[in-house]
Every structure is written in structure tokens, then in C-alpha cells.
Design a protein around this ligand. Structure first.
Ligand code: HEM
Ligand code: PLO
Length: 483
């Protein structure tokens, strides 16, 4: 009917009892691509059954905006799954916790703490630049070798969130850092994977390889988090707030002093721990992933890299380091980052949302408790909205003078939107800009001569991962001459 009354009946994939529509999805590890291609048969909005769960898949920006913004509160729930319950101790974090008054309070605290420490803070810029300098040194030392940049990029990004969360950092080869790399990879490989455990919760009584790996990795993560937390609680005196952990301890303290929390509204140690775990985990995995994708695209599109460097040479030169305040001077670099976030969205299906009431999307009725998957891949590759969507073209984000950055289509939501919008957008953008500006001012990144260009295909998971590849970081002639 198109009237928005929610009376229409949504087309659904054929479903069998118990397994639901699993047969249509089985054997397709790239779930975002599978859900994207099913549009051909079922339209851009369709339903399916995952075991006993009714799932609605949204592939257009109009419906995505309706879910996230217009009806954000009605769709602010999160599903409980076996793996995310383990990760977040039954939803005591922010990302995987469903909507509740406590969650709202918790999110507000983190937001305030992040703005205090992060966004626009001179201290944070200094930390990022320090890590960028250290990254450049490592690249210099590895000159002309075929280098896997992933561990170095991860260490740089980890140290930024580590300073932010715990006021600490890691040196190269630090065993604690190596342990962190390993457990985090294990978590990324297993968590929220719509593996059989999440579809059939009762299967957890059977031994399952993924579940065992997740539990092992969480044990290592929990020990590490607990140790930082204990140190902070012991050192915390309420006056000096050194980092996010202190900030959370302090707001909890002052909230309790003002008025004792209503029952059900108290933030336990577990809540603080899981919250920091989220910020730490999201802080590392997302930004690192985008940096890897950017490097990979620069190998494939050397002319884009050249244009970024030309813009930098003109606007900043080689006599000083890039600053955050240079962002308006470097629109082409900004546009490149925007284009990477479009073509390879970090979180291709966001985190599933859940309807908290009976509601509707477009003309279709959506029952309470439905899981809603926003397919950001479809939104970012919609041919009606994007000219040649598979083409990497930063220029599409620039105005006709090439000076200002804007999105040519509303079909662009790399950080989500609304009540559940990403909490780290500002931090992530600061890091992406500074790390890339520092590296590209000095180095030209190339594919090692004897190797084929690495694949641009991502690996679906809780983040869209990049396959391992090697890079030759060549010191630029201009930089060599200038220094
Ligand atoms: C959630 C994207 C970096 C913290 C999300 C969501 C997306 C996203 C798409 C899901 C929104 C939804 O479910 O509707 C990104 C991208 C990043 C990035 C593209 C990097 C370029 C970060 C960083 C942090 C962070 C650096 C930490 C400081 C979070 C948290 C949530 C979230 C805590 C959960 C919010 C909630 O459920 O209420 N992010 N993110 N993100 N992000 Fe990010
Ligand atoms: C990454 C691995 C860490 O060990 C734990 C962790 C915590 C928060 C998660 C993050 C992982 C992956 C990316 C997520 C983030 C919360 C928001 C973010 C899902 C699993 C995105 C992109 O939505």
C-alpha cells in the first residue's frame, strides 16, 4: 500500500521447520554478499528464518535510515547470542547489550569520557603523532623489504587506545602485546559468526571447535583486563583522572555520591570491565582494518597515492609533520578515507538490531523481537545511488572544485546512525588521517616486484577482514632530499 501503516506482508525465503532458511545461506561464508544477491529474487527488504529466529534483511538506504534514525528507539535492541554473551558476560558491555535504562546511562558515561580524553584533545593528538613517528621509523628500518605491515599498524593503533584506556603502551616484541594480537584474532574469527552455535543455542552442549577457541581467547583477554582494572582501582584516588578507566571509576563514584543508584541501575565492576573491553576491542580492530584496506587500495591505485602526495607536498610540504588542523587542507586524503569506508565497510552487516515493539519498515509490519540486519554492503554498492560502485574513486566524495568533501548520495552510513551510532567515529577519523598523512608524506607504498597484486576480496566476520599481504615502503626521493 505504501502508506507506512505496516500492513503489508513481507516476502520471505522459503523455510523448513527448525533449520529455517539455512539451506539458502549454507556454503556461503561471505554472508553480506549472499544477502546482497538474494535481493534479485526477493526484493531489497525480505525476511528469513535462522533456526527459530525471524530475521529481516534491509538492503536499501531508505529502509536503513528508517530503522536507524526515524524508528531508532523501536529498533534499538540487540539479540542475545551464545558467543556475544560470552564476550560481554551476558550483555554488560555497550555494543552487544540490548536497550535498557542502564545501557543508556552506560553509553552516556562512555561518550562523556571519550569526549573528555579523546576528541579534539591535544594530548591525544600528541599520542597519535608519537605512534605515527614510531611506525615511520619501523618502516624506514625495513626499507625495501617485503613487509607485512599488519602487526606494525596494529601496534600503532593499539598503543593509542591503550594510552586512552589504560595510560600505558607496548613496545615492539612485548609478550603481552603478542598475546593480545593472538587472542583478539581468535575472538574476531569466532565471535558473532552465525555459526551453528548461534543459530541453535542448544548445540553448545556439544563440543565445538570455535566455541572452545573463543573461550580460550576470552580467558586471556579477561586476565589482561582484570589486571589493568585492579591496578587502576588501587591507584585511583578520585582527584586525578589519567585515562578512560579512571574516568569510568570516577563517574561511578560521583553518581553514587549524589544519589544511590536505583535498583537495577548500578554499574557493577563487570559493566566497567566489559565497557573498556568494547572500547579496546573496537578501538583496535576497526581502525587497523581500515588502515590495511587503505594500504591495499593504494597498491592497486598508485595514481590515488600520487595525488595524495602531491596535495600534501603543496599544502604542507616536507619541512614539518602533518597536524590534525591540516585536515581541511587535505580534502583528497579525506576523500580517499571516505571511499575506503564505502567500498569496504568495516562492519558490513552492522551489529544486528532487534525490534522492541511491534512496528513497521516501509509498508511492512515487523513483529516485536524480529532481528534486523542492515546490509551496509548493499547500501554502499547500490547501483541506483553510486556510479560504478565497485570502482575505487575518491573523487566521487569531492565537489567540482576538488576542495570540499561531501557524500554524493545519502546511501552512505559507514558508522551507522541514530541511538546505536558508533561511539568511536571521531577517534577513528583522527587516527586514520594522522597515520596515513605521516606515512604518505615519507613513503611510497608499493607491491613487492616479484609478487602479484593482493586480492581485494574481504573475509566476512564481525569486521570485514583483509587477507595478509606484503608491501614495500620506499622512502620518497623528495623526503630524502629534504632531510
Ligand atoms: C558500533 C563502525 C571505530 C566503538 C559501530 C557500528 C558501526 C561502527 C557500523 C554499529 C552500529 C549499529 O549497530 O547500528 C565503525 C567504523 C570504525 C569504528 C567504520 C572505524 C573506522 C570505532 C572505535 C571505537 C568504536 C575506534 C572505540 C572507541 C564502537 C562501539 C559501538 C560501535 C562501542 C557500539 C555502539 C552501540 O551498540 O550502541 N561502529 N566503528 N568504533 N562502535 Fe564503531
Ligand atoms: C574485536 C575483538 C576484541 O577482542 C573484542 C571486540 C570488542 C568489540 C567489538 C570488536 C571485537 C569488533 C568490532 C565491533 C566491536 C564493537 C563495535 C564494533 C563489533 C569483537 C563494530 C564495527 O561494530
Amino acid at each position: 500500500t505504501g502508506t507506512g501503516t505496516g500492513t503489508g506482508r513481507l516476502r520471505s525465503l522459503p523455510a523448513l521447520p527448525l533449520v529455517g532458511s539455512l539451506l539458502q545461506l549454507a556454503g556461503h561464508p561471505q554472508l553480506h554478499l549472499r544477502l546482497w544477491s538474494l535481493q534479485g529474487r526477493y526484493g531489497s527488504l525480505y525476511g528469513l528464518w535462522m533456526g527459530s529466529h525471524y530475521v529481516v534483511v534491509v538492503n536499501s538506504y531508505q529502509h536503513a535510515r528508517e530503522v536507524l534514525l526515524k524508528k531508532g528507539k523501536a529498533f534499538a535492541g540487540r539479540p542475545r547470542t551464545v558467543t556475544t554473551d560470552l564476550l560481554s558476560r551476558g550483555g554488560k558491555d555497550i555494543a552487544f547489550a540490548s536497550y535498557s535504562p542502564l545501557w543508556k546511562f552506560q553509553r552516556k558515561l562512555v561518550h562523556a569520557a571519550l569526549s573528555m580524553f579523546g576528541e579534539g584533545s591535544v594530548a591525544l593528538e600528541k599520542i597519535i603523532c608519537q605512534e605515527a613517528a614510531s611506525l615511520c621509523e619501523t618502516l624506514s628500518a625495513a626499507q625495501d623489504a617485503a613487509l607485512d605491515m599488519a602487526p606494525e599498524l596494529t601496534r600503532a593503533v593499539t598503543n593509542v587506545v591503550c594510552s586512552l584506556c589504560f595510560n600505558s603502551s607496548y613496545r615492539r616484541g612485548d609478550p603481552e602485546f603478542e598475546a593480545m594480537l593472538e587472542y583478539s584474532q581468535g575472538i574476531v574469527d569466532t565471535v558473532a559468526k552465525e555459526s551453528l552455535v548461534d543459530i541453535f543455542p542448544w548445540l553448545q552442549i556439544f563440543p565445538n571447535k570455535d566455541l572452545a577457541l573463543l573461550k580460550k581467547c576470552l580467558k586471556v583477554r579477561d586476565e589482561l583486563l582484570q589486571q589493568k582494572f585492579t591496578e587502576h582501582k588501587e591507584a585511583f584516588c578520585g582527584d586525578t583522572v589519567r585515562d578512560l578507566m579512571d574516568a569510568l571509576l570516577q563517574v561511578r563514584l560521583s553518581a553514587e555520591n549524589n544519589s544511590p543508584p536505583a535498583p537495577g541501575l548500578e554499574l557493577t565492576d563487570d559493566h566497567l570491565l566489559m565497557t573498556v573491553g568494547d572500547i579496546f576491542g573496537a578501538g583496535v580492530e576497526t581502525t587497523t582494518t581500515v588502515l590495511k584496506w587503505t594500504v591495499l587500495y593504494l597498491l592497486h591505485y598508485p595514481e590515488v597515492q600520487r595525488k595524495i602526495q602531491e596535495e600534501m607536498d603543496q599544502k604542507i610540504g616536507l619541512a614539518r609533520h602533518p597536524h590534525l588542523s591540516d585536515r581541511p587542507l587535505l580534502p583528497y586524503l579525506e576523500a580517499t578515507i571516505s571511499e575506503v569506508l564505502r567500498i569496504r565497510p568495516v562492519s558490513p552487516l552492522l551489529i544486528p538490531h532487534v525490534s522492541l515493539t511491534d512496528t513497521s519498515i516501509g509498508e511492512y509490519a515487523i513483529p516485536k523481537g524480529a532481528r534486523v540486519i542492515i546490509n551496509l554492503w548493499s547500501v554502499h554498492h547500490d547501483e541506483k545511488e553510486w556510479d560504478k560502485p565497485e570502482e575505487f574513486n575518491p573523487g566521487r566524495f569531492l565537489d567540482e572544485h576538488g576542495q570540499h568533501i561531501h557524500s554524493p548520495s545519502p546511501s552512505y552510513l559507514p558508522f551507522g546512525a541514530g541511538i546505536r551510532v558508533c561511539l568511536g567515529e571521531v577517534l577513528a577519523k583522527m587516527e586514520l588521517f594522522l597515520f596515513l598523512a605521516w606515512v604518505l608524506q615519507r613513503f611510497t607504498l608499493e607491491c613487492p616486484p616479484d609478487q602479484p597484486l593482493p586480492s581485494l576480496e574481504g573475509k566476512f566476520g564481525v569486521v570485514l577482514q583483509v587477507q595478509k599481504f606484503r608491501v614495500k615502503a620506499r622512502l620518497r626521493e623528495a623526503w630524502r632530499a629534504a632531510s
